[in-house]
Every structure is written in C-alpha cells, then in structure tokens.
Design a protein around this ligand. Structure first.
Ligand code: HSE
Length: 436
C-alpha cells in the first residue's frame, strides 16, 4: 500500500520530535499502522532550520497554505499553537479534505465545536491526543478505554510548569515569585508564563477532558480559572501540618444539577498517589462508575513525549482513513447528535470542602464568633489549627478545614468573618478535595 502523506505545520520542539521518532521507529510504526507514514512536507517560517532538521528528506516551505492545499497531503499536523493563524489553517485543511492532528488545546477548547462541525461535514478526522497531558494517552483512555463507564469526576495535574513551582515552594519553603524566577532561569517556565501560572493552560485541558468525559460541547468560557500566583508559602506549610499537599488541579464533576468545571489550587490528602506527583510531571485521576478510580501518570510536555501522542494519532488516522466516518471514534467520544445540554455550573453552586486561614486577635471569644458564623450557614468544621502567637505578639493565625458545602455558603461566611473586629485583613480561602 502506498504511504500516507503528512504535512507538518511548525517544526519546533514537538515537530522535530515527531520527525525524529517517526524516522527512528519507522518499521515498528508501519507494522502497527498497516502502511508507512511519511512526512512529505514541512512548513516553517525558519526554512533554513527546518531543512537542517529534516536533512533534505522532505519538501520545506515557508507558507503553510501550500501544505493545507496540496492535493498529495492526506494528514496535516498543526503544531503552530494559538487561535489565530492556526485556526485558519486547520479550517482550510479540513475544507480541503485533510485529516488533522493537533496539539493545540487553546484552539480546541475555544473553537473546537466549530472545528468538529466542519470536520464532520467533510468526513475527516481531527485527532488531539497531544493536546492534553503530553505523552499520557488520556484522550484514548477517556474516549475508548473507559467507554463503558459513566464518568463521575476527573482531577488532573495537567500543567507541568505550575507543578514544578509548587513542588519547589514546598520542598524549599520559598515564595512563589522566587521560585518562578528560578524556574525561568532554568528554562522550566516560559519567558511569558501567564497561561501556565494563571491556570489558563490547565483550564483548556480540563475543558477538553470534560467534553469527552460527559459528552458536552467545549465550554471554556464557563470554566472557573484560578492560578497559583496568590498562593502563600505559609498556606503550603499549614496544609502540610494538616496532612495535605497543595496542587493546581483541573477538576470536572458530574452532579445532578450540572457539570462542575474548575481549575484552582487544591488541598489533597498527602496519602493519595496524585498528591505525590512532583516536578514537571502530569497525572490524571479519572473516576468511572464501573471501573472506580484510575490514575494516568507521565510527562505532560517535551519533544518526544508529545511526539509520542502526535504519532499515536497519525497511526489511528492511517488505520481508519478508509473506514466510513460513522465507524470512527466520535470526536467528543459521544455521537455528535447525542451531546448533552447539561449546564456547566456557576462557581456559587459547586460543592467542595474548604481551607480557611484568618489572622485574628488572640483573646477569648474570637473562635466562638467564627464558628457561630459557620454554624449559622450550616458549614461543618472538619479540623482546626491554631498557631501560638509569636513572642510578644497578640495576634495569630487560625486555620479551619470545613466539610463539604456550597461555594456560595463559604463566600457568605467569609464576608461575615472579615467584618469581625477581632479578625484582621482578608480570609484566605482554598478548596479541598478528598479524591476518595
Ligand atoms: N505549558 C505546559 C505545561 C505544557 O507547563 O505543562 C504544554 O501543554
């Protein structure tokens, strides 16, 4: 059978990894795919570098339009990133009848519905294993491996940069700004790390996973996005004293009322495996009604780990290219005419446990006032930690862990607690998940 021809848009870190792994494991991959997969054309603005990387083994152009309109190309790999040019090229590739492989989570989380609709009309595949958690085959697991299950919740460490920063903050007792600077110097964090540290990257990935887990359209605009920039070293320390680690989690949950979709720093019991995922590694915990909890762990970024996911998609497409579209795995795991309109819940309606830290006067009655406010709002206390005031000080920190309650109750309680004369400054609120 003649080779399937691939056009690569962008030969940076992941693109060059894809080229190299495809070449190195060519025989093995052909034995699996049933025909050989050949990168026939590469588009990159840096044509010279692209030629060097590909050793003259394929055509190199600087205009990606030449790839997406080339009748000889069967599959286009989009590794440009962002929502601008990348979207135009993906839509053009689809319009020209090409299958698409993309690692672009931002594009799919924000424009996925439009892209999948166009692809369905053209009868082409859009595959995106590399868009979530790099080399971990989490899309495959959710769309296919767990297909018997009603997925109940997903909690993932899906941003390596922030997990690296949190690990360093805990290990070395350093504050966020210091660790971020070190991470940038070491090349672990981007020069502009905004999307990572503000939780946007994780929210893109959580949005994609929620969509294929619950069969709902992509709804990034409804996700709650909170990063780690405001996290204090003291909260990491107090959490540890109470037996918890703080991780930036991408969480989605199915409830009677709708879907919770949120990214925020989260306390999790230190005895959970996922609490011990350190450095830039990723891990995703998925709970299905039949299988129970399953955990997927690995490298969430990097040249060859991400290439591993890109090539898995190339093999899938190669195997299914001649199958009728209705026999392929649906884009969002559920048939497109069977997507659910279950709403994504506003944050006020989500249910979880909380960590509250407040700075108070160390005198009789303060704790009673705080606990009365919580009791009046039917918020039950799970654990408490009161620090000795420092030598000569009359103020101290109180940390309270609550049982589960609605976010709107905790917000109302905090508003009242902050008005107490004996409470100084703002109350710090973090969410806590038992993940049991
Ligand atoms: N910037 C991402 C991370 C990797 O830090 O995990 C690409 O998704």
């Amino acid at each position: 059978m003649k080779p399937i021809k691939v056009g690569l848009l962008g030969i940076g870190t992941v693109g060059s990894g894809t080229f190299n792994v495809l070449k190195r494991n060519q025989l093995e991959i052909t034995r699996r795919a049933g025909r050989s997969i050949e990168i026939a054309m590469v588009a990159d603005l840096n044509v010279e570098r692209a030629r060097e990387l590909t050793n003259g083994e394929c055509e190199v152009v600087n205009d990606a339009n030449l790839v997406v309109t080339n009748p000889d190309i069967d599959i286009v790999i989009e590794l440009i990133g962002g929502y601008g040019i990348a979207k135009d090229l993906v839509m053009k590739a689809i319009a020209n009848g090409k299958h698409v492989v993309t690692a672009n989570k931002a594009l799919l989380a924000t424009h996925g519905n439009e892209i999948f609709k166009a692809a369905e009309q053209k009868g082409v595949m859009v595959a995106f294993e590399a868009a979530v958690a790099g080399g971990i085959p989490i899309i495959k697991a959710l769309r296919e491996g767990l297909t018997a299950n009603r997925i109940q919740w997903i909690a993932g460490i899906i941003n390596g940069t922030t997990n690296f920063i949190l690990s360093e903050m805990r290990d070395k007792g350093l504050d966020f700004a210091t660790v971020l600077k070190q991470a940038q110097e070491l090349g672990y964090a981007e020069a502009d790390p905004t999307f990572d540290i503000e939780g946007v990257d994780a929210a893109h990935k959580a949005t994609i996973m929620a969509s294929i887990a619950y069969g709902i359209p992509m709804q990034f605009d409804k996700a709650h996005v909170e990063g780690i920039t405001k996290l204090q070293a003291s909260d990491i320390r107090y959490a540890e004293e109470l037996g918890y680690r703080i991780k930036l989690l991408g969480i989605s949950k199915r409830t009677e009322a709708g879907i919770e979709l949120r990214v925020h720093p989260t306390l999790i019991p230190e005895k959970r495996l996922i609490a011990n995922v350190e450095g830039a590694m990723n891990a995703v915990l998925v709970h299905g009604d039949a299988v129970g909890a399953t955990l997927y762990y690995g490298k969430g970024a990097g040249s060859e780990p991400t290439a591993s996911a890109v090539i898995a998609d190339l093999v899938d497409i190669t195997r299914l290219a001649t199958a009728d579209p209705e026999h392929r795995v649906p884009y969002l795991a559920f048939q497109s005419n069977s997507l659910s309109d279950l709403p994504v819940l506003p944050m006020a309606e989500i249910v979880t446990s909380y960590y509250l830290r407040m700075h108070v006067a160390d005198k009789p009655g303060v704790l009673a006032d705080v606990t009365r406010i919580l009791a009046d709002l039917t918020i039950s206390i799970d654990a408490m930690l009161q620090k000795e005031p420092a030598e000569g000080e009359t103020q101290t920190d109180i940390i309270i862990l609550t049982h589960q309650t609605k976010e709107k109750n905790i917000v109302a309680a905090i508003e009242k607690i902050e008005k107490l004369d004996s409470v100084f400054g703002a109350v710090t609120k973090l969410r806590l998940e038992e993940l049991s």
